[in-house]
Design a protein around this ligand. Structure first.
Ligand SMILES: Nc1ncnc2c1ncn2[C@@H]1O[C@H](COP(=O)(O)OP(=O)(O)OP(=O)(O)O)[C@@H](O)[C@H]1O
Length: 470
């Protein structure tokens, strides 16, 4: 993605521009009409396009090409070449998103200045979005809950080794973040961390993307494996990997070398492999969708990343972290979180885990009401009944005698609070306003077991002792 695509129906002009650009050290590609142009872009997006607005013998004219490219590849800057006196068309092109225009006959210095500026703007834009992405994907891991500490201990141990790690966990629970953490704390930190999005690369392009290619026109183009040399390659959602690619990856892991598409030489790379999955890979293997041998090679150190519902205690901390990050990167208001909103966040369902929390925080900050603390009513799904001091009698509650309904309510209420405080009985007792021993008795009378998982409802309920940590 470092070359310039020149689209002009006049061969002389195309070649003249290409020669000038080559002298200036740019790689170039040429297209004479809209079909050739789209073919080139689909093969690989160029860093910049120089586009003649009038194209003879072409299915689409320059403006149509501009619209299509701006729709599908908005980051490619496009410089328009227009005939002398066609200012109106040039202005229309700028309105459609062209970066700038130059008039024919053009002067070389002027062309070079415009190209230089466009490249710089595109570079800054890319850097900005990668900074923003890095900021929200920094490998910085926050948490204090028992489930988080257990994860962190396991990750700390593997940073020192070179072993292949398989991270399992729900979507958005922080698998990539955990992988980046391992990378950043290992002796490979100075080398790249490269992600392979197994689900989003088309099966037929996978090989080229991973192994790179060699052609006579463009020489060697490194694939992701080579780009990650010395560092970490992260196979995100390995269960989505097409079966043909699974076999090829297996071969690379066994032979420790591969060839580029169209190439003959063997390439060796030094990589640490970390993979992740949201699916149960043993079920995928049983169903014949995932290769057992590949699983065995990738799953040397399995680590489970806990869902947010098992680390509710960390929710306020994470929410504050995202508010701060959105404030810094996007200038959104740095609001506090009210106690009610904090409690509501801790009791919500989180199928999308930490990513969902981040999205909700972003949405509330964008749509929010002013700069004061975030209130519970601003959160999705938070109705007014609780605010009015009412609860909705859902399910069986309305059909039960008072004593049983009260017990049911107490059990639900206490389980929810215990979850919010990460299973810590002392802090739960302090919050609900009971003595610790009284809370224990109450839980016992309600049939809640305090030393183990209670019917799957309490994830980390601890037996209390002097030290209230798990
Ligand atoms: N411990 C953490 N502390 C702070 N932020 C975190 C933590 N874990 C995850 N995040 C943030 O949550 C979001 C989702 O995390 P990440 O992309 O790592 O999840 P994932 O499990 O890899 O998701 P997917 O299954 O979709 O690939 C990211 O913005 C990430 O920065």
């Amino acid at each position: 993605m470092s070359d310039i695509l020149i689209v002009d129906d006049e061969k002389d002009i195309r070649e003249l521009i290409a020669d000038i650009l080559k002298d200036e050290g740019y790689a170039t590609r040429l297209a004479a009409n809209s079909d050739e142009c789209m073919e080139q872009i689909n093969a690989e997006a160029p860093a910049l396009m120089i586009l003649d607005i009038w194209l003879k013998d072409s299915r689409m004219d320059g403006i149509d090409i501009l619209k299509t490219v701006k729709r599908d590849n908005p980051d490619i800057p496009i410089i328009i070449i227009s005939g002398h006196g066609n200012i109106e068309i040039a202005v229309a092109a700028i309105k459609q998103g062209a970066y700038d225009f130059i008039e024919k006959p053009f002067n070389i210095d002027q062309l070079m200045v415009v190209i230089g500026r466009a490249m710089e703007t595109a570079r800054l834009r890319r850097e900005n979005s990668s900074l923003r992405r890095r900021d929200l994907h920094s490998g910085e891991m926050l948490g204090a809950s028992a489930a988080f500490r257990k994860l962190k201990d396991q990750l700390d141990k593997v940073t020192k080794s070179n072993g292949r790690v398989m991270l399992t966990g729900e979507p958005g629970s922080g698998k990539e973040t955990a992988a980046r953490f391992v990378h950043q704390h290992s002796n490979r930190a100075a080398a790249p961390f490269v992600t392979v999005n197994s689900a989003s690369i088309a099966a037929e392009r996978m090989e080229e993307v991973l192994f790179g290619r060699e052609t006579s026109e463009r020489g060697i183009e490194k694939g992701l494996l080579e780009q990650a040399h010395g560092g970490v390659i992260y196979f995100d959602e390995v269960a989505e990997m097409p079966s043909g690619t699974q076999s090829k990856i297996l071969r690379v892991l066994t032979e420790q070398q591969f060839t580029r598409v169209g190439g003959a030489d063997k390439v060796r790379v030094d990589l640490r492999v970390i993979s992740s999955t949201t699916r149960d890979l043993s079920a995928e293997i049983a169903a014949g969708r995932f290769r057992q041998e590949l699983f065995d090679r990738l799953n040397v150190v399995p680590i489970a990343v806990p869902p947010l519902s098992e680390r509710r205690e960390d929710i306020p901390l994470l929410a504050r972290h995202f508010i701060e990050a959105f404030n810094r990167t996007q200038g959104l208001p740095a609001r506090e979180v009210s106690d009610e909103a904090g409690a509501a966040l801790q009791t919500m369902d989180w199928p999308g885990n930490i990513r969902q929390l981040r999205n909700i925080v972003e949405r509330v900050l964008i749509l929010g009401e002013g700069t004061g603390p975030i209130e519970a009513r601003e959160l999705p799904g938070e109705g007014s009944p609780a605010e009015e001091g009412r609860i909705v009698l859902g399910g069986a509650l309305a059909t039960l005698p008072l004593r049983e309904a009260r017990e049911l309510f107490e059990r639900e209420y206490l389980l929810t609070q215990i979850n919010r405080f990460g299973g810590n009985i002392s802090r739960t007792a302090a919050f609900v306003g009971m003595e610790r021993s009284a809370l224990h008795r109450k839980l016992k009378s309600l049939g809640v077991v305090t030393s183990a998982k209670a019917g799957g409802r309490v994830a980390h309920l601890e037996e209390d002792d002097e030290d209230d940590d798990l």
